[in-house]
Design a protein around this ligand. Structure first.
Ligand SMILES: NC(=O)c1ccc[n+]([C@@H]2O[C@H](COP(=O)([O-])OP(=O)(O)OC[C@H]3O[C@@H](n4cnc5c(N)ncnc54)[C@H](O)[C@@H]3O)[C@@H](O)[C@H]2O)c1
Length: 267
């Protein structure tokens, strides 16, 4: 039987690509996003139900999950994908940006996980997939706030998985590298590396649903680098990061090219 899958932040980018791929694979998919117009456009394009949801609000998130279940049946998978990425020097970060980033990236994911588990645990089935980031395990200058938010998602997801594992419910994290969406507007790719496409992350999510695992790093080839990196001395890791240009990517970026993204995540 085809799975019922709800995806937050699915009006564009990685969430939209994931909705598209999962629908193509035969799932019953629903889109949720805070951007009502973009959600409607995405829903019409894919021919799937769409809803306005603010993942930071318990009331809104609960209404979203209930609406999805009313329309498609009991939820099998929740993909907590909604997220924002403010970048720049840590001392320039406004308190408002910091609160909003933590509210969406961390609180939104924790809330979605809890609300989904409330439905999944009594049934002894269901899968929560949290879209974290490689930024959750690779602290980088200019990205302190986002790094902190995604590190929280990685730890929260793993602790929750350990807690509820064995009760028929799956909990997984996806850690994508740089991916070509508006979120990376105005930034350079690390030297010698090509950004992922949203469809690469979508395929990783589809793979996790087909064969649940605790964590998926995308691209997969970076998983070994991350493991080795944890064993290397700090100075070697810092030298490697400089070689790839990671020391400046989020400090020295194109403000003009990033303006429309920045405006969108602040208003
Ligand atoms: N693009 C990358 O390089 C990259 C890399 C690693 C992880 N990620 C993560 O992937 C996820 C998707 O990012 P993306 O690149 O597709 O970004 P995106 O900006 O293209 O899409 C994010 C979507 O989330 C929605 N959203 C924002 N706040 C919301 C809220 N409060 N409630 C509901 N929806 C909300 C936005 O309206 C937008 O449609 C994010 O969690 C991001 O941190 C992205």
């Amino acid at each position: 039987m085809s799975k019922v899958i709800a995806i937050t932040g699915a009006a564009r980018g990685i969430g939209l690509a994931t909705a598209r791929a999962l629908k193509a694979g035969g799932a019953k998919v629903a889109i949720g996003d805070i951007d009502a117009a973009a959600a409607a456009e995405a829903g019409a394009e894919l021919g799937v139900p769409f809803f306005t949801v603010d993942v930071t609000s318990r009331e809104s998130f609960t209404a979203f999950l209930s609406a999805v279940e009313d329309e498609l049946g009991p939820l099998d998978v929740l993909v907590n994908n909604a997220g924002i990425m403010p970048i720049g020097p840590v001392t320039d970060e406004t308190d408002a940006d910091a609160r909003r980033c933590i509210d969406i990236n961390v609180h939104g994911v924790m809330l979605g996980t809890k609300l989904a588990l409330d439905r999944f645990l009594p049934r002894g089935a269901g899968h929560v997939i949290n879209i974290a980031s490689l930024a959750g395990v690779l602290p980088t200058p200019g990205l302190a706030l986002y790094n902190a938010s995604k590190a929280a998602v990685v730890a929260f997801t793993e602790a929750t998985r350990l807690e509820v594992g064995g009760r028929g419910v799956q909990v997984s994290a996806v850690l994508p590298s740089f991916t070509n969406t508006e979120l990376v507007a105005g930034t350079r790719s690390p030297k010698g590396q090509r950004n992922c496409e949203p469809s690469d992350i979508a395929n990783a999510v589809a793979g996790l649903i087909a064969k649940p695992r605790p964590q998926a790093i995308v691209p997969r080839k970076l998983a070994a680098n991350i493991r080795i990196g944890h064993l290397l001395p700090r100075g070697v890791n810092e030298a490697l990061a400089r070689r790839f240009g990671l020391d400046t990517i989020f400090l020295d970026f194109d403000h003009e090219a990033r303006k429309s993204y920045d405006d969108r995540i602040r208003h």
